[in-house]
Design a protein around this ligand. Sequence first.
Ligand SMILES: [Fe+2]
Ligand SMILES: [Fe+2]
Length: 140
Amino acid sequence: MGDELPPIITWDDAWTIGVDEIDEHHHKLVEMLQRLFGALITAQGEDYIKEVFLELIDYTKYHFSREEEIFEEHGFEELEAHKELHQELVKQVLDFSQEIIAQGSSEEVSEEVYYFLRHWLADHIINEDLKFKAFLAGKA
Ligand SMILES: [Fe+2]
Ligand SMILES: [Fe+2]
């Protein structure tokens, strides 16, 4: 990832949950989104775009399953609702990847792509994952 690309998304310390494994995953996901944005705005070939999406989707699924296990271990009461949100996010990224691959990448990154990359993960961390931080604080 070259430094010359503008950041689509940057880590914000306010997103820290306080569980190292989850925070490391979130950092890595932010990096992967940045890499995907880089691949899209530099109009990389279809094979490369597919590869970057596949890595993102695989890692997202892995992260969600680990996060759910950790939430379960701590008896987080919103686990079931949170699992449904994860399923919806996986569906969104799958649909998005198919749409982008079908339309082919170009240096013209649409507003929709920009919006998706900025919000898909960040909104979930801010609005949902951080509830777990509050839950842990309440138990302490
Ligand atoms: Fe989550
Ligand atoms: Fe998460």
